[in-house]
Design a protein around this ligand. Structure first.
Ligand code: ADP
Ligand code: MN
Ligand code: MN
Ligand code: MN
Length: 333
């Protein structure tokens, strides 16, 4: 029997790329081959020279179609088979290889917001819900909107074989989170992008859309982030490496901030469990710091740290590349 392969890729929209996908019927016994698309429709090529190449890099069972059907995460190449300028995975893979001796692990907390009828899901027409306070990890029809989508998405991620490690309702009504990891830098990117595609696709069947905008509602409402938890064999062994990692992130703060997602200054205001984007700080158990050292890590003298700065709309390949390069190079010097 031929099977369906859903080819998923990241487009060239600026400042924030979005996901695209299309279906290929593949013959029985064959693997999903290299394929192509019209780059002039995705801001990846001019119409006069429009061909771009889809190179399969991460294949998983398709939990929605079932059977032998698969999801195929792709990287985009030019027709000479070198990485397209929108391809951030290639540089991530190079950093992962360069610093493989450090065995870096990443766990990313993907926050997102459901929208229905043009407003955050659960919000009354033309007004505001009760102020924040009861929604985080809440239960009950007065606090929770969209749990049916969350449960379906979680099952899909598990059935696809992704390393989803948890979910929770967030501080703002209609906002949720899932976590992927811990896995290596490239795998984290592949899995987060595939989990995002599954989120949009799952919500589609409920007539709801999911968004990664960092500050969906202005004012006294939490933004949406992508806290990135990180460790190396060094930090998993001793506290000196934990501090070296934090200090390296301090020195590279400006570079990281400019790559941590469009609109970061709207979200990192210093309010709503964030540190201001203009200053770097770290601390034990401190959810108002740029980087948090979890209390167990402080007590045991080893483990991982949480970079709280990345926006929900960040490119996970870019975050894991930057942290790997910044921290592992400092651990070597
Ligand atoms: P928070 O308390 O900030 O909400 P979460 O439970 O949402 O934390 O997320 C913690 C993340 O940290 C998970 O994705 C988990 O996989 C990841 N994690 C746990 N241990 C490590 C480790 N040693 N290295 C990297 N990531 C880790
Ligand atoms: Mn979390
Ligand atoms: Mn959260
Ligand atoms: Mn967190």
């Amino acid at each position: 029997m031929p099977y369906r392969a859903e080819y998923i890729w990241i487009d060239g929209q600026k400042p924030t790329s979005k996901l695209r996908s299309k279906t290929k019927i593949v013959l029985d016994g064959e693997d999903p081959p290299i394929w192509g698309f019209d780059g002039s429709s995705t801001e990846q090529a001019p119409g006069s020279d429009s061909d771009c190449v889809l190179n399969p890099v991460f294949v998983k069972p398709d939990p929605i179609r079932g059977g032998n059907d698969v999801l195929v995460m792709c990287e985009v190449l030019d027709t000479d088979l070198t990485p397209h300028e929108s391809n951030t995975r290639a540089a991530c893979a190079a950093a992962a290889e360069k610093y493989a001796d450090h065995d870096p692990w990443f766990g990313l907390e993907q926050e997102y917001t459901f929208f229905k009828d043009g407003r955050p899901h659960g919000w009354p027409i033309g007004g505001f819900p009760a102020p924040q306070g009861g929604y985080y990890c809440g239960v009950g029809a007065d606090e929770i909107w969209g749990r049916d989508v969350v449960e379906a998405h979680t099952e899909h991620c598990m059935n696809a074989g992704l390393d989803i490690s948890g979910t929770n309702a967030e501080v703002m009504i209609g906002q949720w989170e899932f976590q992927i990891g811990p896995v290596g830098p490239v795998e984290l990117g592949d899995q987060v992008w595939m989990a995002r595609w599954l989120l949009y696709r799952t919500a589609e069947d409920f007539d709801i859309s999911a968004h990664l905008m960092p500050k969906p509602v202005q004012g006294d409402w939490n933004g949406a982030g992508a806290h990135t938890n990180f460790s190396t064999n060094g930090t998993r062994d001793n506290y000196d490496a934990v501090i070296t990692a934090c200090e390296a992130l301090r020195r590279a703060h400006d570079d990281h901030i400019t790559h941590y997602g469009a609109g970061i200054e709207e979200r990192l205001t210093g309010l709503h469990e964030t540190a201001p984007w203009t200053e770097f700080s770290y601390g034990v158990s401190d959810r108002g710091a740029s980087v948090r050292i979890p209390w167990q890590v402080h007590r045991e003298g080893k483990g991982y740290i949480e970079d709280r700065r990345p926006n929900a709309n960040v490119d996970p390949y870019v975050v894991t590349r930057l942290i790997t390069e910044t921290v592992c190079s400092a651990l070597e010097s």
